[in-house]
Design a protein around this ligand. Structure first.
Ligand SMILES: [Zn+2]
Length: 322
């Protein structure tokens, strides 16, 4: 099978930064017998190395997430050696972070977790973002408003290049959907997350996952928080069957004021879309949960009604009212 050398050269430039393998170029060249600084020759050498690792590896000459997850181990770039960082002990209300080392296994993303009242909120970054930790830290205030019962079921949050289908906005996948929707070759290429990392961080621990694409992550925290907590809302909705965030018998009138659905949402059920937005806004904008204030209510009344709708849902049945 012929490989597209020109495309591979471009892709290698991108992935070398994204996956931080440009720092290991010399070791890589020695290992795969690429003898010159000649990018097309480098691509051919990568392709030959990939052929030697068949089956189970694409032969495209690109050191993308899957290829790098194997190659880095062969050249000895293992856990904890990338930029010399390792995971740090977690204490209350703090951010701990690390690169490449999670519970003894090696991943290619950067990790960072918030500890909120003893619950870990785990973030994994697979894009090149210099402000990753800073942004996670800025989200802490909002995560501290999430009830314990919800923090304890929260899916890990992945910052990815694109969603698997390259759609807009964030995404949330239950455990049952992760394998089929995030680990295929095309999906890995879109997200930038190696299948091995998904296996290790999501599938094996029996979790689901939240994904925030780079385009949605690289905005101000004022905007980002609504995307993050919309997806957190989906996670909570999935995690408390039967009704999730929608109380049994709920009607559109219970969600009056949430009609303007500015946010793109994959759910086909309008009540779920509204309930998820009430959830996001009660965390991010508690004094103005509604989009449109109903004429018959004061803003305080509208907020109270929306909050009481949310509190009748199964997701809140074990959450004490404060
Ligand atoms: Zn949605």
């Amino acid at each position: 099978m012929a490989i597209n050398v020109r495309r591979a050269v471009v892709q290698n430039t991108i992935w070398s930064r994204r996956l931080n393998w440009y720092g290991y170029q010399a070791q890589i060249e020695t290992h795969i017998h690429a003898v010159t600084q000649n990018p097309p020759q480098f691509v051919q050498a990568v392709a030959q190395w990939q052929r030697n690792h068949q089956p189970g590896m694409d032969v495209d000459g690109i050191i993308g997430p899957n290829t790098w997850s194997v190659l880095r181990q062969e050249i000895g770039v293992a856990s904890g050696t990338v930029q010399g960082a390792a995971t740090v002990a977690v204490s209350a209300g703090s951010v701990s972070s690390g690169i490449g080392s999670i519970a003894g296994a090696s991943i290619s993303g950067e990790s960072c977790s918030l500890s909120v009242r003893g619950h870990s909120v785990n973030f994994y970054c697979y894009i090149n973002c210099s402000r990753f930790r800073e942004k996670v830290q800025q989200l802490e205030t909002f995560f501290s408003r999430v009830p314990d019962q919800h923090l304890s079921v929260l899916y890990p949050i992945f910052i990815m290049e694109n969603k698997p289908g390259r759609g807009k906005g964030g995404g949330t996948w239950t455990h049952d959907l992760v394998q089929s929707q995030l680990t295929g070759t095309a999906q890995v290429r879109n997200t930038g997350i190696p299948a091995a990392d998904i296996e290790h961080l999501v599938i094996r621990p029996g979790k689901g996952m939240i994904g925030i694409p780079a385009a949605n992550w690289n905005v101000s925290i004022a905007e980002l928080k609504f995307t993050v907590f919309h997806e957190v809302g989906h996670c909570i909705d999935f995690s408390f069957p039967p009704g999730g965030l929608v109380p049994s018998g709920a009607r559109n009138a219970d969600f009056e004021g949430m009609e303007s659905e500015v946010r793109r949402c994959g759910s086909s059920d309008p009540l779920i879309r509204k309930a998820v937005e009430v959830y996001a806004r009660h965390i991010c904008s508690p004094y103005r949960i509604f989009y449109n204030q109903p004429p018959s209510e004061t803003s305080a009344q509208a907020n109270r009604r929306l909050l009481s709708t949310l509190r009748r849902s199964s997701a809140f049945s074990s959450v004490p009212s404060s």
